[in-house]
Design a protein around this ligand. Structure first.
Ligand code: ATP
Ligand code: MG
Length: 406
């Protein structure tokens, strides 16, 4: 799906609003990224139509947060988040408004948004509506809050982290009043749900200037209020170079294993936790000089390349070990087998050949064969493997014993 199509299809939604005497605009990140010439992956729309009215205007809708005014409209099978113009009531807990109110005025909706560059709207004809000078800040590459920084961060403390996330994502600077406000009120981040913090950190690490964001996190004191990160030594944190949240965790846990006890505070997904665990295991295996082919066989490509990226930009292992990992990456496509299913024998074939029943020996035997085939000490060919097994394993009255001490 090209981006042009995304806006074209979204324009149909806006036109439908207009035909029914409502207003509709593109808004938020899509307008910002389109104006910057950056890739746009999802396009949000804002309207003065109320959620029930949105639902009745379109054939396919999904209610994802009607009470906050958000409905997904499917147009030509593409999902668009459509949100009713709204303003927010008092914030008493630094994380969410006590109430939200729908409004009929676009400008009011834009005024509740966090940064000027995120508070622009655009018509179906791609004409900008920019009452808070987002374009000025896009031109000067500056992150400025809509209104007074301290007030806006006080309402929703996550915005402090969003500010540094956008620094990284866009390679922008942070306005001085925003910096000062964060330095003064960093502790308000303690009120924010971990999941929201982690989601912003993930985007931060995917950005193009992670370093500037990390420096700001340290300088303003935000780090001391970030789960897991608060336990990382300041110098280590500034020095490290990571391209994902998982990589950052790996680097610091590898340097200081006590940190692993704090990892759960980030509430990562199982997949992320596995990536971290596997990467740490790989670092240990490299350090203890595991055979290159075994390294290549045991680890998924993304773990190998992720750890390669980590060790090439951080001082974690010796040059020798780095070369070792590079050889493993090069060797991976040429391994004789990629997984155990590719072995020329299976448990049944072994039981038949030895005339024995299954048992713990079988697993041990398969593990050994797998290793020998992989290291090219035996050919991956049924009769060769069976021959090899017959000379290393004996069936002694139904008990299978390994004859060469393996
Ligand atoms: P991305 O490209 O990462 O999706 P985005 O600008 O679309 O960036 P979202 O988190 O998807 O960011 O939010 C969409 C829009 O909603 C923002 O552009 C901004 O206008 C508004 N917004 C989101 N979170 C907040 C917040 N915490 N406070 C105020 N406005 C917010
Ligand atoms: Mg978005």
């Amino acid at each position: 799906m090209t981006e042009q199509n995304l806006f074209k299809t979204g324009a149909k939604i806006i036109e439908c609003f207009e035909e029914n005497n409502y207003e509709g605009y593109f808004v938020g990140g899509a307008v910002r990224d389109y104006t910057l010439g950056r890739a746009v992956s999802d396009v949000d729309i804002t309207t003065n139509a109320l959620p029930d009215e949105i639902e009745s205007l379109f054939e396919k809708t999904i209610d994802v947060g009607k009470e906050h005014g958000t409905i997904i409209v499917l147009m030509d099978d593409l999902p668009f988040e459509v949100t009713t113009y709204r303003v927010e009531g008092e914030y008493t807990d630094h994380r969410r408004p006590d109430n939200v109110f729908f409004t009929q005025h676009l400008k009011e909706d834009l005024s509740r948004r966090d940064f000027t560059i995120n508070a622009m709207a655009m018509t179906a004809d791609m004409e900008l509506y920019d009452p808070y000078d987002g374009i000025r800040d896009l031109d000067s590459r500056m992150i400025n809050t809509v209104g007074t920084a301290a007030d806006r961060f006080g309402e929703d403390a996550l915005r402090m982290l969003r500010a540094v996330r956008f620094m990284s994502q866009l390679d922008f600077n942070l306005a001085d009043d925003a910096k000062d406000a964060i330095s003064l009120h960093a502790e308000m981040l303690d009120y924010v749900a971990v999941e929201r913090i982690t989601a912003e950190l993930e985007k931060l690490y995917r950005g193009i200037n992670v370093k500037s964001a990390k420096d700001m996190i340290e300088r303003t004191g935000l780090k001391s209020h970030m789960p897991f990160f608060k336990h990382i030594d300041k110098e280590q944190y500034i020095k490290s170079s990571a391209q994902s949240l998982e990589q950052e965790a790996v680097i610091h846990i590898y340097n200081n294993s006590e940190l692993s006890g704090h990892l759960s505070a980030l509430k990562l997904s199982n997949r992320q936790k596995t990536t971290i665990k596997q990467s740490l295991k790989l670092l240990d295996d490299l350090k203890s000089d595991m055979h290159i082919k075994l390294v290549a066989y045991r680890y998924e490509t993304d773990i190998l390349t992720g750890v390669n990226a980590i060790i090439n930009s951080n001082e974690l292992l010796s040059t020798n070990h780095k070369e070792h990992l590079q050889s493993a990456i090069d060797a991976e496509p040429r391994l004789v087998i990629q997984n155990r299913n590719e072995l020329a024998v299976d448990g049944n074939a072994l039981m038949t050949a030895l005339n024995a029943r299954g048992g713990p020996w079988l697993r041990k035997c398969l593990d050994t064969i797998e290793r020998e085939v992989l290291l090219e000490n035996i050919k991956n060919n049924e009769s060769e493997i069976i021959n090899w097994v017959s000379s290393h394993v004996k069936n002694e009255d139904g008990n299978i014993v390994f004859t060469d001490g393996r």
